[in-house]
Design a protein around this ligand. Sequence first.
Ligand code: UD1
Ligand code: CA
Length: 468
Amino acid sequence: VMLEAQAVVLAAGLGTRMRSRLPKVLHRAAGRPVLDYVLGAVETAGCRPVTVVVGHGAELVEAAFASRGLDFARQTSPRGTGDALRAARSVFGSRAPARLLVLYGDQPLLRPSTLRALLEAHHRSDAAATLLTFELQDPGAYGRVIRAADGAVERIVEAADANPAERQVRELNAGVYVFERSPLLPALDQLQARNAQGEYYLTDVVALLRAAGQPVGAMAVEDADEALGVNTLGELAAVARRLNARRVEGLLEAGALIEDPTSTHIGPDVVVEPEAVIRPFCVLEGRTVVRGGATIGPYAHLVDVEVDAGAQILDHCLLRECVVNRSASVGPFAHVRPETVIGAGARVGNFVELKKTRLGEGSKAPHLSYLGDATIGAGVNVGAGTITCNYDGRLKHPTTIAAGAFIGSNSTLVAPITIDAGAYVAAGSVITQDVPRDALAIGRARQVAKLDWARRRREAQQEPKPRP
Ligand code: UD1
Ligand code: CA
């Protein structure tokens, strides 16, 4: 209760430096929009209610976060961060709590624990505002924190407005503030746009508070990464790298072996259990789950895949929306498409494509096959080059192969079709009629051997050509 604060997240800017029409905060880093991380940190820190100031691409941002219980305020034109906060005054201005956490929507690396620490530091002080600061060797475009001779925070100067001495300052404004509302409101009213960018800077509130005799505090964040803002695609990529590194570090600590953290990408909603092994150059996305004792890669890409204990996904596989059961093996070079279930102990080998197919327990499709819309029982052998012809140009049709059946190599199964339990299909067959249980179906031209044909041909070629 003592740390109660409502939050205002500023996300109305043009994001010009992104060189993109998509609103900056909707750009994705490691699978989620930038703003999603910021809101997650704010919510985990316990700040409520949350107001998001939108402007450029407002409809898109509101739609993307419609179900999150947020309040939105509109900034009509992007006249600076101070103007953006002003645009939300009718929302945050009269309701409780009277303490505000204000931050920017482009800082996805902020940790909830840092926001809590800032709220605590503010609460312990008698300051009207407390800002989060950080240090960088190369301070770049960040606002400089200028302190008085006695060490008190005096003002923030933007890089574009800083004189050479101020530019040297390494204590920087992270863009996260706690404000007491009653001194904040008059300071917001006094903002001027007389600066290099012609904008109403939120950062000028610091000097205005000081001029009104209000103390302003600061807390430094140790991990400067947390303050990294996404202003360019380069920074977006850097943020994605850091998010991934954090994710991988957490998994390693929990007991999953990620062999090469820098080449492995693991999305925020992916589960990798302890004792799982992820070999180098893998990309795991969406709701993928890798159970303990499973091995993935190298070079595998999984989206919304469940890989059970002891299963292995070998080199160069792409899998989407499918389940690989216990001790099954997939790849190298397999493509497993949505709605596929690979049974326990089953084997899918190289250059095999599966779509909407159930491959039964212990069944094998080791080489060069396309199995689509197929239900395949246990203990089936699918020979090299088997193709289910599931599409007639208009509709998709099912193939059923019952338990224990054997499909010879290079067979063409024209769906809808059923191969019953224990049946055999001879290699090279085109199967257009159902095959009964335990039968052998042969659907190919009978072989003919023309005796002595080759010898007679050779001899004919050796005879001297008749003179013309
Ligand atoms: C800002 C700070 C700078 C700080 C840095 C930290 C100001 C003036 N400068 O600079 O001191 O070091 O963040 O990352 O505040 N926005 C609006 N409406 C606007 C302008 C911006 O909503 O009219 C939003 C943007 O969508 C963005 C956030 O405010 O999410 C910050 O704006 P941005 O232009 O990125 O500020 P910086 O130049 O990074
Ligand atoms: Ca920024």
